[in-house]
Design a protein around this ligand. Structure first.
Ligand SMILES: [Zn+2]
Length: 409
């Protein structure tokens, strides 16, 4: 059966969608190509290919770039087609607790503009989102692309998000609760908006452009002010039915008795996060343990990490303890999802081996041997860029109808 055999109703529409994304993917990834070679690779009939190509040209996604140098049959050289990356834009927005970053990507995800500014607080969510929309428009104008079509917006937030509803459920560091980010930004920017949390965005970015090396099945442990995970299956974020999958920082661990931001007691996050580092160091000082930290006028997790790097034993032990707890979280990801690799992202990843060595050891201790086999645990390579790059890449992913397509050689 030929794949372009006419179908009726919904089936027919699905086939048209599939064929269109097949042709677009071929031009995008294999271009420049001719209509004839598209027909050969896809086994679609030539008139079907021509009709789809005409439509893609009319939409501005594909353009003709003139004849190729040789014709297979010795006849007229075929007209070659290429993907028009400037045909539309994707927008990535990362609203961080301290700073907000906006990145504008072309239709291939290549960045054409970026803006960064302090997240205005305590302005309230409406004012922040309006400012984000203004800055997006300004960035597009600044790049010399006024009026360009926005295909999709990826919005990334530091907290609990519901992807399906497009809502930021809870972001304690922003003071946000139940904010309809998708609806507000979509109304402002006139484009579909996809809302994710920072761990999910970092996972996508590390997979495509960072430590993940396109592993596809990747788990990212996002350790910063809080602790969560972004889990990818075949490169796509696993959301769960309510959109909250991956919140492993709120798994309770017997023996831990700290109260958590979420209202529960004993969540792993309370002993495996930036604030956990500060609390543990403060406790050690209160117990009279000797540490260079005692001479500082207040300190944050970064100061504790710096003291540990400089050889401070108390700081070193605090970092190692948090590393062990993160290793326990890594073992949960390894046992539950059997990923090709685990990437450690978020602010704590920058601490390096002082954190990662105990993390790896604990992960190995707690993981099932068959699940652990071949799994590497690596630090983020994108660092603080991961969230906004993830926002751009998620916008790109969602702007394309996704089919897993395997071309014939
Ligand atoms: Zn909790």
């Amino acid at each position: 059966m030929r794949s372009d055999e006419p179908r009726r109703g919904a089936d027919h529409n699905v086939m048209r969608e599939v064929n269109r994304s097949l042709v677009l993917a071929l031009v995008k990834e294999g271009g420049p190509v001719s209509r004839a070679s598209i027909a050969r690779s896809t086994t679609l009939a030539k008139p079907t290919v021509s009709a789809i190509v005409d439509e893609l040209i009319a939409d501005g996604l594909v353009r003709e770039i003139g004849p190729g140098s040789t014709a297979v049959s010795g006849g007229r050289p075929p007209i070659l087609l290429e993907f028009n990356a400037r045909s539309q834009l994707v927008v990535g927005v990362h609203i961080g607790a301290r700073r907000t970053t906006i990145a504008i990507g072309d239709a291939a995800g290549e960045e054409v503009a970026r803006r960064e500014f302090p997240t205005p607080r305590p302005a309230g969510p409406e004012a922040v989102l309006r400012l984000v929309a203004d800055e997006v428009r300004a960035a597009i104008d600044g790049a010399g692309l006024p009026g360009a079509k926005i295909a999709a917006v990826g919005a990334v937030l530091p907290g609990l998000t519901d992807f399906h509803a497009g809502v930021c459920l809870l972001a304690p560091n922003l003071g946000w609760r139940d904010v309809p980010v998708r609806d507000v930004l979509a109304a402002e920017l006139g484009a579909p908006v996809y809302v994710h949390n920072a761990g999910q965005a970092a996972a996508v970015a590390e997979n495509l452009e960072g430590a993940g090396e396109r592993a596809g099945d990747l788990a990212l442990l996002y350790a910063g002010t809080g602790l969560s995970a972004g889990v990818l299956s075949d490169g796509r974020v696993f959301h769960g039915v309510g959109g909250t999958a991956g919140e492993i920082g709120h798994n309770a661990v017997p023996g831990i008795e700290e109260p958590c931001n979420c209202g529960n007691v004993g969540c792993l996050e309370t002993v495996a996060s930036g604030p956990a580092i500060v609390r543990a160091a403060q406790r050690a000082l209160a117990d009279g343990e000797p540490s260079a930290l005692a001479e500082l006028d207040g300190f944050d997790a970064r100061d504790v990490a710096a003291a540990a790097q400089a050889g401070d034993r108390v700081a070193g032990r605090v970092i190692a303890d948090v590393g062990e707890h993160l290793g326990l979280a890594a073992s949960w990801l390894i046992n539950a999802y059997n990923p090709a690799l685990v990437v450690v992202g978020g602010g704590l990843a920058a601490i390096g081996d002082l954190l990662l060595d105990p993390l790896r050891a604990a992960a190995a201790r707690h993981s099932l041997a068959p699940a652990l086999r071949g799994v590497e645990i690596r630090a983020s390579v994108l660092g603080p860029d991961a969230e906004v790059r993830g926002a751009v890449l998620l916008a790109l992913q969602h702007s394309e109808t996704y089919y897993r397509v395997v071309f014939r050689a």
